[in-house]
Design a protein around this ligand. Structure first.
Ligand SMILES: NC(=O)c1ccc[n+]([C@@H]2O[C@H](COP(=O)([O-])OP(=O)(O)OC[C@H]3O[C@@H](n4cnc5c(N)ncnc54)[C@H](O)[C@@H]3O)[C@@H](O)[C@H]2O)c1
Ligand SMILES: O=C(O)[C@H](O)COP(=O)(O)O
Length: 521
């Protein structure tokens, strides 16, 4: 059973994949739970996922942000703890774009102020003369998912759209009918500026007390991204001196906001971080992270991770079975060698070489380390832990795939010891180990296995069978591999339960058996 803690107000409908799964127990923050049980944490922007919180959840494997911004999550601390961070990058794009556009429209037509005026039983029509959007220039800073949706809406209102985004290509700007310009140009040209970047060290105070004077006099400013991208002190200064005509803010440097002069300013309209607060967006982000968390806990890799290399979805789907196989190969080596390993080399051949394999290599390293360290190891921290333990690793791609459509070969070397395992994934058949230390073999890497090295002589298998029979232990499957008749050979047996050590000791008494190692996969 996996235990999932949901701390913020996350859509219950969207949580259905987790709530309905047989092997998942979901706790809300106000329910009783043991912090040591929690393997997954689901948050929005309210929970601060910092070192302090991470240390209270020692078995946490994944933090999922039901939304876009991960500035409430200490990614570095999570990575150090081996915790994968995922988010739902596109589930609230439309809602936030619509909210931003509603804020722009409200701002230029003074709708919130006029609403309060009429509700205050006044009827002041002259006070609320507005500005048309038609023909005006909208400056969009940050032209990602939300920025580009806003551009579509602005163009439908027959506005001109100029954008600044250092990562925007000319062809994408052209395709979306916007003009891409340096920030200074956008600042000089725009009648309204809306920001849609993440909050980073580069975007903090992007518009500030020293540069807002460069904007057109009478400009309107909008921030529905993150508090601080437009510096609040600078904004207030230029509102007060009349350079800025008005501002619409959904987000604040401190939330709830403490800057009363700004919030209460008569030309400022505000909402309490409502960009993503629609039924649809909340369902989308909750459902998206629930599916990802479920997949992750069930041993599958995720495609939206913040602190893992990103793999395009179509490649991710193809490469996904190899992650589990890779971890198992790593685990086989780790359990079979039982001695210090200094170097691991992963060789890929066949169609798998068409893909980016570095993350797969990290999976293999994680699978290897899992049996050897007492902390959580996964693709996120495998490289760091391997380095810490003095294990170097590398990967290469070769042409020889031994007749299989794909091959992963892992060689682990230590002082006077070397072991090689070769595996493949066959569509419709599954994962197979096809070679071990010079022996061709063919078995499925799962369950409770016994890896036996012996001499190929009549009677060895019979003696082994007798011991299992005596202990009423049923052999589920058995695979044998040898190089030469009468020479060294190996056996891989599988069982329905873990084998008792006394039984292994008895097996080792058989003269032609040189080693018998249990592998739990
Ligand atoms: N108010 C809300 O409820 C709400 C909801 C969703 C998202 N957001 C915020 O909106 C932000 C944008 O969301 P998105 O989904 O469009 O993200 P996105 O990643 O698709 O787009 C962000 C864009 O900003 C650009 N960028 C990065 N650094 C920049 C810089 N220094 N100058 C200019 N552009 C820069 C990037 O190239 C990217 O195109 C999020 O980071 C989040 O903080 C707020
Ligand atoms: O980054 C986001 O997704 C938005 O800011 C939404 O935040 P929320 O989930 O706290 O509403």
């Amino acid at each position: 059973m996996f235990h999932v803690l949901v701390t913020d107000a996350i859509s219950a409908d969207g949580l259905a994949p987790l709530l309905e799964a047989d092997n998942i127990k979901v706790y809300r923050n106000n329910e009783n739970y043991n912090p040591k049980d929690i393997q997954a944490l689901l948050v929005r922007s309210a929970t601060q996922v910092n070192e302090e919180l991470l240390s209270t959840l020692p078995n946490l494997q994944v933090v999922a942000r039901a939304g876009v911004g991960v500035d409430n999550i200490d990614i570095q601390a999570a990575t150090k703890h081996g915790v994968v961070v995922i988010n739902a990058p596109d589930g609230n794009t439309i809602s936030t774009a619509e909210h931003t556009f509603a804020m722009i429209s409200s701002l230029v037509r003074h709708i919130p102020q006029a609403n309060s005026n009429v509700k205050g039983l006044e009827w002041n029509r002259k006070k609320f003369i507005g500005t048309e959007l038609f023909g005006k220039t909208l400056g969009i800073v940050g032209f990602g998912r939300i920025g580009s949706e806003i551009a579509k809406r602005a163009l439908a209102f027959r506005m001109k759209v100029v954008v600044y985004d250092p990562f925007l290509t000319e062809s994408r700007a052209e395709k979306l009918s916007v003009t891409s310009l340096p920030l200074e140009e956008v600042m000089k040209m725009a009648d309204i500026i809306t920001v849609h970047t993440p909050l980073t060290k580069d975007t903090k105070g992007l518009l500030n007390k020293s540069n807002i004077h460069m904007l057109k006099k009478g400009v309107f400013l909008v921030n529905c991204a993150r508090g601080g991208i437009i510096e609040e002190e600078g904004l207030l200064h230029f509102l007060n001196n009349g350079h800025v005509a008005g501002a619409a803010l959904d987000v604040f440097e401190i939330e709830p906001p403490t800057n009363r002069d700004l919030v209460l300013h008569e030309r400022v309209i505000v909402t309490p971080h409502l960009g993503a607060s629609t039924k649809e967006a909340q369902y989308n982000v909750s459902n998206q992270v629930s599916k990802d968390v479920l997949a992750f806990l069930n041993g599958h890799s995720v495609s939206t991770s913040i602190n893992l290399p990103t793999i395009p979805k179509e490649i991710y789907n193809k490469i996904q079975p190899f992650f589990q196989l890779g971890k198992k190969v790593g685990s086989i080596l780790s359990q079979a060698m039982k001695t210090p390993v200094e170097e691991i080399t992963v060789t890929y051949a066949g169609n798998i070489t068409e893909w980016e394999t570095s993350i797969l290599t990290k999976s293999i390293i994680a699978g290897f380390l899992r049996n050897r360290v007492d902390t959580t190891v996964n693709e996120v921290n495998a490289a760091a832990i391997a380095k810490e333990r003095g294990i170097s690793y590398g990967e290469k791609h070769i042409d020889e795939s031994y007749g299989y459509s794909n091959i992963i070969e892992v060689e682990a070397k230590g002082k006077d010891i070397r072991m090689v395992v070769r595996a493949t994934f066959i569509e419709g058949y599954g994962a197979r180990i096809v070679h071990m230390n010079g022996f061709d073999i063919d078995f499925s890497p799962k369950g409770h296995l016994l890896y036996v090295q012996h001499t190929d002589r009549p009677g060895v298998i019979g003696q082994l069978g007798n011991i299992f029979g005596k202990h009423e232990t049923n052999i589920a499957t058995m695979h044998v591999g040898r190089m030469l008749q009468g020479g060294k050979a190996i056996m891989m047996l599988s069982f329905d339960q873990t084998l008792d050590n006394r039984l292994i000791d008895e097996i080792l008494q058989i003269p032609d058996i040189s080693s018998a190692i249990t592998l739990d996969l």
